[in-house]
Design a protein around this ligand. Structure first.
Ligand code: B3K
Ligand code: ZN
Length: 875
């Protein structure tokens, strides 16, 4: 494949002012007619040929200004259309193509999902519908006409506002939609099918009434109310927090069941994976409810950060994604608990982005080149991209950050912008030099920050020596120091933060200091007693912190830190230290007992009713196997890690059996289910207590879990109990799994949970079970949700199974990738990324993993998606 480079960017020779798109829907032969009004941009030489992108298109006809073109005037191939000698001035080009939605298994362009016609155009799907300048810096006004048989496609939707509809002969009908906001092709959408909907209204801050609709398969309307509620709260929040109002008369969401991703922010017509719409208490968990709320918010927030202001090119993807993730994180923090949200987000960042940044797929938040842009919708672009925006907010403060955002919205509305444009708004609005912030976008790799400290009684000073180091990553060996905001507190002997008189050696504002050099010595004056430094509060920068805090310091922070994030982090660090040492011991054939002081400290947090239950649940949750894997980093033996973790959990569970039982008993609640943060937190803590009881082998714990499962009145409780039974491999797990399957047979989303759970049972023979489940009626290789639920969960959520010592897990996943790749390259390439940390493995597994990657790489017809991933992985 060809490499696209950021440095090669130049605008198109022609602009497309308007698009008239006409779709005559047919399952196998949909007729597409597109009429583009084009004009050469200033500076384009007269007669410069016009080449439009295409992808596997069937060309039918072409006209220029309403007259048929002679075949001498153009070249049409499946991948491009070239008009050899375009006329001067404004001209109209009409092109007819034909496409087969039913045969579209890649789910890019126009496809069908359970009979519903649906599109996905980001990033380069529009060229699978018609020839176009299919890139984000070509903004046009679209008018779309959809036509089809009324009995099959009673509902016809596209972007913007409806302007016309009518009946035709032979039972056909049509609808015309007009979107007045110029947009790039990737935001185009069309949906047609037999859909039901729920509706509501929203009155904007300026008093306009917006019609809100959520479309689903008939019969599922009752499961859309939480999504609607989330939408209305998102709309209000964006007005209050960012001053952003919705801009069309109607906002529509459509839920479909075959979708490569979570959702898509098409202008005025968001298309969602139904997993992020459908919810009711019996089939959706608290996590599902929270996921729906945040994805609805995310897509809605794109209306301003993505749609009104879009990206100049795909290298700037983080401009809309990092910023919109930041916005949805803030929304959730305001709607729910800020500390709990921050901890969850950092866990996600560390679980997904840190390993990516440390392995062969590492890339800058704004890459310099790519072969397949679909492979860059990554944790780095999204989550690390959001962290960069968060660092800006931390440095500039609430008002400064808002001023920068206001300027950005005002200055770039209706444009396709760059990261430089974005940063310039903050620099100007706050009169701050932000030039080095660009390094965060351009340099891959997670910086390691070290901190060593000393207190001097004589001078009442506390000295912090800080260093930063960013490891080399593919294509980037040298790294410059970056600006790292470190929020801090010096915790005094009584547990309160000490007053600092003066700080020397770093730019500092209130409780944030800026590490900007490779090495800096920071002196805090007026410190009359030895403090325990609490650094990187709230995880103020996406770095790995290695501080010289010892066990006693960490226990002290766990008990006293006023920053809830660092309090949680102290517990995690203590657990991680133990797990790493215990893993080593296990590999030596030894064992290592847990520190009773640590267990006691956990108990204190778990029973502190002054803390919210959701927070207590997070504090009790041990680092995942994959977290330990990441921290060990080289020569990893996944089986030893798994054993170390199971052992520690068992020790905590048995040492705290009485506490966990009390906790469990006091947390039960028989009121009606509601997914609010408080009761969600209670259920999470109760599930955690139950899990420890079972892990500790407490008498009667299995019975308790079984009863919890049998008597559950909502999916959260039911699934938590089932998971405890299954993950701990208890005898009652199998009958419970059977009961579950009977209860939810035919409910695809509920059965996905059942598939995932079984795929994640941590034992070597889970692979056989996964193979068998592939024949279960609940599974289908053609549906991305099913593939992710069963195969994806096995590859990324079951270290024991995937990393089987004999390599059978690797072999299995490689086979699935090979099978899936010709049908749906995006899903195949995603799955392949499960190997991204293969170089960290101990030698035996590393060799086996490499063999499987090489076997995939050798396949002749590998898609660009998979071949890009596998070649970078082996590179
Ligand atoms: N912008 C889409 C993602 C498109 C992914 C294409 N492979 C959803 C989102 O980030 O909101
Ligand atoms: Zn997004």
């Amino acid at each position: 494949g060809q490499t696209i480079r950021l440095d090669d960017y130049r605008p198109t020779d022609y602009a497309i002012e308007t698009v008239r798109l006409d779709l005559k829907l047919d399952p196998k032969r949909t007729q597409v007619t597109s009429t583009l009004s084009l004009a050469a941009r200033d500076g384009t030489r007269g007669g410069t040929p016009l080449t439009l992108d295409g992808d596997a298109l069937t060309f039918v006809f072409a006209e220029l200004d309403g007259k048929p073109l002679s075949p001498d005037d153009y070249v049409a191939t499946p991948d491009a259309f070239t008009l050899k000698r375009p006329p001067e001035g404004l001209f109209e080009l009409t092109i007819g193509t034909e496409t087969n939605p039913e045969g579209n298994s890649a789910l890019m362009g126009l496809f069908r999902s359970s009979g519903t016609y649906c599109t996905q155009c980001e990033p380069e799907g529009f060229r699978r519908i018609t020839y176009f300048l299919d890139r984000p810096d070509v903004l046009s006004v679209y008018t779309t006409r959809l036509e089809g048989p009324k009995d099959q496609v009673p509902v016809l939707l596209s972007n913007g506002n409806p302007i016309e509809e009518g009946e035709l002969a032979d039972g056909h009908h049509y609808a015309v939609w007009h979107d007045p906001y110029p947009k790039p092709s990737y935001l185009f959408a069309a949906v047609a099918g037999n859909l039901a909907h729920i509706s509501d209204t929203f009155v904007t801050a300026s008093g306009r009434t917006v019609d809100l609709r959520i479309y689903v398969e008939p019969g599922k309307e009752d499961r859309c109310h939480w999504a609607m509620d989330s939408l209305k709260r998102s709309m209000r929040w964006d007005e209050v927090r960012f001053g952003r109002e919705y801009d069309l008369d109607i906002f529509m969401i459509v839920a479909v069941s075959d979708f490569n991703m979570g959702a898509m922010e098409n202008k005025g017509l968001n298309v969602f994976n139904d997993k992020y719409i459908l919810a009711d208490p019996t089939t959706a968990t608290d996590t599902d409810y929270a996921g729906i709320e945040s994805v609805i918010a995310h897509e809605y927030f794109h209306n301003w950060t993505g749609d009104r202001i879009t990206c100049r090119d795909w290298f700037q993807l983080c401009l809309k994604e990092g910023l919109t993730v930041f916005r949805d994180q803030e929304f959730t923090s305001d709607e729910r608990s800020r500390p709990v949200k921050r901890i969850s987000d950092v866990r996600t960042l560390k679980a997904h982005q840190f390993p990516e940044d440390a392995g062969p797929l590492a890339h800058p938040v704004r890459p310099q080149s790519y072969r397949e842009i679909n492979n860059f919708y990554t944790a780095t672009v999204y989550e690390k991209g959001a962290e960069i925006v968060r660092m800006l907010a931390t440095r500039l403060g609430e008002d400064g950050f808002r001023a920068g955002m206001d300027l950005y919205f005002e200055r770039h509305d209706g444009e396709a912008a760059t990261i430089e444009d974005f940063l310039a708004c903050f620099a100007e609005a706050t009169d701050t030099d932000l030039d080095t912030m660009l390094l965060w976008y351009n340099q891959a790799g997670t910086p390691t920050v070290t901190a060593t400290s000393s207190w001097d009684a004589g001078s009442s000073t506390f000295t912090l020596k800080l260093t930063q180091n960013t490891p080399s990553t593919p294509g980037q060996s040298e790294k410059a120091p970056m600006p790292i905001p470190i929020r801090f507190g010096l915790v005094g002997p009584n547990g309160d933060d000490m007053e600092v008189e003066r700080i020397e050696g770093a730019e500092a504002a209130a409780d944030v200091l800026l590490l900007s050099e490779h090495e800096q010595t920071v002196v805090f004056h007026g410190i009359g007693a030895r403090p325990v430094p609490s650094l990187l509060r709230g995880f103020s920068a996406p770095v790995r912190l290695e501080a010289d805090t010892d066990t006693a310091d960490l226990l002290f922070l766990l008990a006293h830190d006023s920053d809830p994030f660092n309090r949680w982090n102290a517990a995690q660090t203590l657990a991680m230290d133990h797990l790493k040492r215990s893993t080593e011991a296990i590999r030596r054939g030894d064992t290592l007992a847990a520190d009773p002081e640590f267990i006691k400290a956990l108990e204190t947090v778990a029973t502190d009713t002054g803390l919210e239950p959701a927070y207590r649940a997070l504090a009790l949750q041990l680092p995942a196997e994959s977290d330990v894997f990441r921290e060990i980093a080289t020569d990893v033996d996944p089986a030893a890690v798994s054993k170390a973790r199971t052992t520690l959990k068992g020790e905590i569970g048995s040492a705290l059996a009485g506490t966990m039982r009390d906790l469990y008993d006091t947390l039960q609640d028989d009121g009606p289910y509601h997914p609010d943060p408080e009761s969600t937190g209670r259920r999470a803590l109760s599930a955690c207590a139950l899990d420890y009881l079972v892990a500790g082998g407490t008498d009667g714990a299995e019975e308790l879990a079984k009863t919890h499962f049998d008597t559950a009145r909502n999916m959260t409780d039911r699934l938590a109990a089932l998971s405890t039974l299954a993950m701990n491999r208890l005898p009652s797990a199998e009958p419970a799994l059977e009961d579950y399957a009977k209860m939810f047979e035919g409910d695809a989303l509920a059965m996905d949970k059942w598939l995932s759970m079984q795929a994640m049972i941590p034992q070597p023979d889970t692979l056989d079970r996964v193979r068998e489940l592939m024949d279960h009626p609940a599974f289908s290789i053609a549906n991305p949700n099913r593939v992710r639920a069963l195969i994806g969960a096995f590859a990324t959520g079951n270290a024991t199974g995937f990393h089987r010592a004999d390599g059978a897990g690797y072999h299995f996943i490689a086979n699935i990738v090979i099978e899936l790749d010709p049908k749906n390259p995006q899903v195949a390439a995603r799955l392949l990324a499960a190997f991204r940390s293969w170089r960290s493995l101990e030698e035996g597994r590393r060799t086996l993993a490499r063999q499987e990657l090489e076997r995939v790489a050798e396949r002749a017809d590998l898609s660009r998606d998979s071949s890009d991933i596998v070649s970078r992985m082996l590179g």
